[in-house]
Design a protein around this ligand. Structure first.
Ligand SMILES: [Zn+2]
Length: 268
């Protein structure tokens, strides 16, 4: 079994324009057309059984429409159908506790936050509230971490130093740092974040990190807190899997990274 813990897709109506806009902004190239159907094709090619969709809410006003779509995805697909979506939340949303409660009651397993797209640093009061609510409600939080290629020449809003402070302050055991702790800041991940009680996903990592550094982080952090992820459509699942397979890790470690840690975290 293989679970991809970090993917993106959009409602049919806006998939094309959203992908085009994001491609232009990051000078990256999408591997799917941005739809769930496109994601499914990429999964099939790589043998991925379950994908977690992570919606990014860029404005607080998107709360209802974005989460309505995410909810329908879970109704239509769900674990059996191979795709589940997390909910979105924004640190500037009003009444975060009741919104987080609504998310929990709607059956979501977790929420996605993105400090760069949401214009707030990870230690912002809104994020602390989101994390504390998630801890009380037993919801997973996935955050983008490190450099975002779409935000060149801007401060990194979730860097390892700040992230470490937030982890120590909140102590939420179901926090996932996207992009292997912090995209393009992996030396600092090794120094500051390894051994903290936090998960790293591997989204948008394999084509940029060198094998030695990947393994140094893996062995120092421990294989129980690493989740296979690609960031599809921004990466091709098959290509990333091939790179990971090329590292020749022990089967027990691979099983944990590819699906066992995810199953445990998702409680499915
Ligand atoms: Zn992503």
């Amino acid at each position: 079994m293989i679970i991809d813990f970090h993917t993106h897709f959009f409602p049919l109506k806006i998939a094309k324009t959203t992908i085009e806009g994001l491609e232009k902004n990051s000078s990256g190239k999408a591997w799917t057309d941005g739809t769930i159907e496109g994601l499914k094709q990429n999964m099939l090619k790589a043998g991925v059984n379950l994908s977690i969709g992570l919606p990014v809410m860029t404005k607080p006003t998107q709360f209802d429409s974005l989460n309505r779509f995410a909810f329908t995805v879970n109704q239509e697909f769900g674990v059996e159908g191979g795709v589940i979506s997390f909910a979105g939340i924004h640190p500037l949303c009003e009444d975060i506790p009741s919104k987080m409660k609504f998310i929990k009651e709607s059956g979501f397993k977790g929420v996605k936050i993105h400090p760069d797209y949401q214009g707030c640093f990870i230690d912002h009061d809104g994020y602390i509230k989101i994390l504390n609510c998630a801890k009380d409600l037993d919801l997973i939080v996935v955050t983008h971490s490190g450099v975002d290629d779409g935000y060149k020449n801007q401060p990194v809003r979730c860097p390892p130093e700040l992230c470490a402070k937030v982890i120590d302050k909140v102590g939420h055991k179901k926090l996932v740092l996207g992009h292997y702790g912090a995209h393009k800041q992996w030396d600092k991940v090794l120094e500051i974040l390894c051994e903290k009680d936090v998960y790293f996903d591997t989204a948008f990592t394999f084509h940029e990190i060198d094998e030695r550094l990947f393994k140094d982080i893996l062995y120092r952090h421990g294989e129980d807190k690493i989740l296979f992820a690609t960031d599809c459509p921004w990466r091709d699942m098959k290509q990333d899997l091939d790179i990971l397979n090329g590292y020749k890790l022990d089967k027990t470690i691979m099983d944990k990274i590819l699906y066992m840690n995810a199953l445990k975290l998702l409680e499915i």
